[in-house]
Design a protein around this ligand. Structure first.
Ligand code: AMP
Length: 285
């Protein structure tokens, strides 16, 4: 019997909840609430391993898990070579260089000869070295943003999403080191299980595509078909369905979720009525 594929996801922190939501939206049935390390998926030969976000790369590199969900920043910090399969559209943040509001630093070049505290020492050292800057990188495991106040460092290299944590700590960003988001990655244990890994990747891709699309249905006078077609995305050929009234048709089309509010007024002006906007559960291109 082949072993069940193992997918490692964060058990807490910022990536945990959206990762579980992604798997649930894909239709996977499992119980993440009892805080066990492993949750077997009931409707697929897959075990979900709940581990600390920081440990996921290690689990993959060691072959304890086959695939995992982690942040681009954590991958970059590790020296393991893992295969990134897909960006997952959540956990967006930037690893940034920040300095105290009242400091005179404007650019990273001015940091030569100073100290920078960070929980990402490998990425930070590479960043400063690539710029030929002699910056003493001080590794910390947390609470990086208080380092300047404690006199530990003149700057920090830390993750920023809204910037409110920086602002609260009297810091301002001066440069972006790396843009990050959650990614699906495969480790060496996934070699030789290409079909199973591709199936997981396809499943998550189908959720992401569905989330960014809407199914649009409308009725319209048949004579308006060409003008309505010209308003709808060129790639998706809409379905045109005859109605009991021979002068009317129904048009169905998939459109980008972000385009809906731009499209609705022009569709109405072109004669569409009874317009329905429906969510899509899964979408495979
Ligand atoms: P956590 O477990 O909450 O410390 O976060 C783990 C991962 O969440 C980080 O390594 C990033 O990939 C991601 N993340 C997204 N936004 C942020 C943010 N504003 N601060 C820290 N981590 C973030």
């Amino acid at each position: 019997m082949t072993e069940r594929l193992r997918l490692a996801i964060p058990n807490k922190g910022r990536l945990a909840e959206p990762a579980v939501k992604l798997l649930r939206d894909a239709g996977l049935e499992f119980d993440p609430h009892d805080r066990r390390l492993v949750a077997p998926v009931e409707n697929l030969a897959l075990d979900i391993l709940f581990v600390r976000a920081n440990d996921i790369v290690e689990f993959l590199a060691d072959g304890v898990a086959d695939v995992g969900i982690t942040g681009v920043d954590l991958l970059a910090e590790s020296d393991a070579t893992l295969r990134t399969l897909r960006r997952l559209g959540f956990g967006h943040c930037a690893l940034s260089v920040a300095v105290p509001d009242e400091s005179t630093y404007r650019t990273v070049d001015e940091l030569a000869g100073s100290r920078a505290a960070t929980a990402h020492p490998n990425v930070a050292r590479r960043y400063f070295a690539e710029r030929g800057l002699d910056v003493d990188v001080i590794p910390l495991s947390g609470a990086v943003e208080v380092a300047p106040r404690l006199g530990l460092a003149e700057a920090i290299v830390d993750l920023v999403s809204t910037g409110s944590t920086l602002a609260m700590n009297g810091l301002r960003p001066i440069a972006e080191v790396l843009a990050s988001e959650a990614v699906l990655v495969a480790g060496p244990a996934a070699e030789g299980r290409a079909d199973e890994v591709a199936a997981i990747d396809l499943m998550l891709a189908a959720v992401l595509a569905a989330r960014s699309s809407r199914y649009l249905m409308m009725n319209a006078p048949s004579a308006q078909l060409e003008i309505l077609r010209s308003l709808l995305p060129a790639l998706a050929s809409p379905s045109v369905i005859p109605l009991a009234n021979p002068d009317m048709i129904a048009i169905h089309s998939v459109v980008g979720a972000d385009d809906v509010w731009r499209l609705l007024p022009s569709l109405r002006a072109a004669g569409a009525s009874g317009i329905l906007v429906l969510p899509i559960e899964l979408m495979v291109g």
